[in-house]
Design a protein around this ligand. Structure first.
Ligand code: OOG
Ligand code: NI
Length: 462
C-alpha cells in the first residue's frame, strides 16, 4: 500500500477560499459585480501607478491580490467556536487578536482566523472575522434560556467534516482525497439557509432584543455574511459603486486617504432583504437581512507607537465630530480626519525613522553585487542602497471600523448600551486556547527579513 502525502494546510485554505467565493458569488450576485469592479480598478491602479506596482511586486502582494479576501461569521456557543477553531486549524488558520464590540452596542466579541507566517500568507491570505454572541448580555432570563436551548439543539457541522477534523488531528494532515472532501463539507457550515429554525413570533422577539441575536439564533448555521475583496484604491471603488447599482455606506472606515496607506480602510453596502420561512408558516414568507458586501484597502502594519498615534488621532476626530459618522455629517467627518491625520508622517522614511510601522527588508541588486561587505548596521545598508525597506502589510482588523461595519448592516436603530465590557478570558476559554498577539507576528516577520538580508548579503549585522 502506498502512503499518500498530505496536502499542505496552506493549499487547503487556498482552495477553500476559492470555493467560498464561488458559493457566495452564486448566492449574492452583487458580490460578483463588486469583485469585477475591484479587479478592474486594481488593474487601472497598477497600470497608472508604477510605484505601487513595483512595491507590490517586491513584497509578493501582486500575486496574492486577486485571491485576497476576508469573510465574517457569527456563532452562538463556545462549543461552536472551539470546533470552528479546529476546523480552521486544518487549513492553517489561527485565531489572531481579540476584538470587543460591546462598546459599540454589538453583543459579541471576536477574533480573526488567519495564516500567521509570511510564507503561508503568500499562498493564501484568506481571513475570517469570527464573532461569538455574548448570551449573558441578554437581560431577559427567559429569552436568554430560550436562545440557549435553540442553539444547543443545532449542529453546525456535517458529521463528515467532524470526522475529517479528527482525522487531520490524529494523522497530522489530510491526503488529496480527504482534503477535497474536507473543502466540500466545510463549506456546508457557511451556507445560507432560507428557512429559520424558529416561529415567526420567536424570530420577532429575538430580533427586538437585537437584530444580531436573531441572525445568530434563528438559523441552522453561521452563514457567511460577507466576503471582502482587497482594492488598491478604495475611494475610486466607493465612487464607482452607485454607477453599478450598489449603494455604499456614508463613510469609509479607518484612516483617511494618504500617499502611504496604513492599516485598513473599509466600506460596505447595506445588507439585502432576503425571503425566509418560519417553522410555523409554510406559505407566508418573512424576510431577514444579514448578508452584505464590503471592500477593503490594506496598508502598513503599525508598531505599538504607530497604533497609539492612530488611535489618538481617530478619537480626536470623532470627539470633535461629537456623533457617530453618518450621511449627514460625512463631509465634516472626512475633513476632520484629514486635518487630524496631518500629524501622522506620510512617507516610508518618516514612518520608519519614527518607528511607526513595521517593514520588510529586501537585498537590492546593488547589495547583491557589492561583494566586499563584512559588517554593517541596517541603517548603513539602507543608506548605501544595499537593502530597501517596504511596509509590511496589515493583515488584521480594527475594532472601531468593525463596529461601523456591523452598524451599517444592522441599521442605526440597533444602538444598545451594554454595561459590561471586554471579557477576553471568557472568549479564550470558549475558544479552548489563547488568541495570538498580532504585533508579535509583525515583529517576527520584520526580524526574519532582516536576518535574511544579512545572510544573503553575507554581512554580520551590528
Ligand atoms: C463582522 C463585521 C466586521 C470587518 O471587516 O471589520 C467586519 C460582521 O458583521 O459579522 O467584517
Ligand atoms: Ni469585513
Amino acid at each position: 500500500m502506498t502512503v499518500q502525502p498530505f496536502v499542505s494546510p496552506d493549499l487547503i485554505r487556498q482552495r477553500f477560499s476559492k470555493a467560498m467565493s464561488d458559493m457566495y458569488r452564486e448566492e449574492v450576485p452583487l458580490y460578483g459585480a463588486l469583485m469585477e469592479l475591484v479587479e478592474q480598478t486594481n488593474r487601472e491602479v497598477l497600470a497608472a501607478q508604477p510605484d505601487i506596482a513595483r512595491q507590490l511586486d517586491s513584497t509578493g502582494e501582486t500575486q496574492r491580490l486577486d485571491m485576497e479576501r476576508h469573510g465574517a461569521i457569527r456563532v452562538g456557543t463556545g462549543k461552536e467556536l472551539a470546533t470552528l477553531a479546529r476546523l480552521f486549524a486544518v487549513m492553517g488558520m489561527q485565531p489572531v487578536g481579540y476584538y470587543d464590540l460591546t462598546p459599540a452596542g454589538v453583543p459579541v466579541h471576536s477574533t480573526a482566523f488567519r495564516a500567521v507566517h509570511e510564507a503561508a500568507l503568500q499562498v493564501s491570505p484568506f481571513r475570517v472575522f469570527t464573532s461569538l454572541l455574548r448570551l449573558e448580555l441578554i437581560e431577559d432570563p427567559e429569552l436568554r434560556a430560550f436562545a440557549e436551548s435553540v442553539l444547543n439543539q443545532r449542529s453546525i457541522f456535517t458529521p463528515t467534516v467532524l470526522h475529517l477534523i479528527e482525522q487531520a488531528e490524529s494523522a497530522g494532515g489530510l491526503n488529496e482525497h480527504e482534503a477535497k472532501e474536507f473543502v466540500l463539507q466545510a463549506l456546508e457550515t457557511f451556507r445560507w439557509h432560507h428557512s429559520a429554525t424558529v416561529t415567526a413570533a420567536q424570530y420577532q422577539t429575538l430580533s427586538a432584543q437585537h437584530r444580531l441575536i436573531a441572525d445568530v439564533v434563528a438559523f441552522k448555521g453561521p452563514h457567511i455574511n460577507h466576503l471582502t475583496p482587497r482594492t488598491l484604491d478604495i475611494d475610486k471603488v466607493q465612487a464607482q459603486m452607485p454607477v453599478h447599482g450598489i449603494t455604499p455606506k456614508a463613510v469609509i472606515e479607518g484612516p483617511p486617504r494618504r500617499h502611504c496607506p496604513i492599516l485598513l480602510r473599509q466600506t460596505s453596502f447595506k445588507a439585502l432583504d432576503e425571503p425566509i420561512t418560519f417553522t410555523d408558516q409554510y406559505d407566508t414568507r418573512g424576510s431577514h437581512s444579514a448578508r452584505f458586501g464590503e471592500i477593503e484597502q490594506r496598508g502598513a502594519a503599525l508598531t505599538p507607537k504607530g497604533r497609539a498615534l492612530y488611535d489618538r488621532l481617530l478619537n480626536a476626530a470623532r470627539d470633535e465630530l461629537g456623533d457617530f459618522p453618518n450621511e449627514g455629517n460625512a463631509a465634516r467627518y472626512n475633513e476632520l480626519m484629514t486635518q487630524h491625520f496631518g500629524e501622522f508622517p506620510d512617507s516610508v522614511e518618516g514612518m520608519r525613522e519614527q518607528e511607526l510601522a513595521y517593514f520588510r527588508y529586501f537585498p537590492t541588486e546593488k547589495g547583491l553585487t557589492a561583494g566586499s561587505l563584512t559588517s554593517a548596521s541596517l541603517e548603513d545598508l539602507l543608506r548605501e542602497g544595499h537593502v530597501k525597506a517596504e511596509p509590511l502589510v496589515y493583515e488584521d482588523f480594527l475594532p472601531v471600523s468593525a463596529a461601523g461595519i456591523f452598524q451599517s448592516n444592522l441599521g442605526d436603530a440597533a444602538q444598545t448600551h451594554y454595561g459590561e465590557h471586554s471579557n477576553r478570558q471568557a472568549f479564550e476559554q470558549a475558544l479552548g486556547r489563547a488568541t495570538i498577539d498580532e504585533l508579535r507576528l509583525y515583529a517576527e516577520t520584520q526580524r526574519r527579513s532582516i536576518e535574511e538580508c544579512a545572510q544573503v548579503l553575507g554581512v554580520k549585522l551590528f
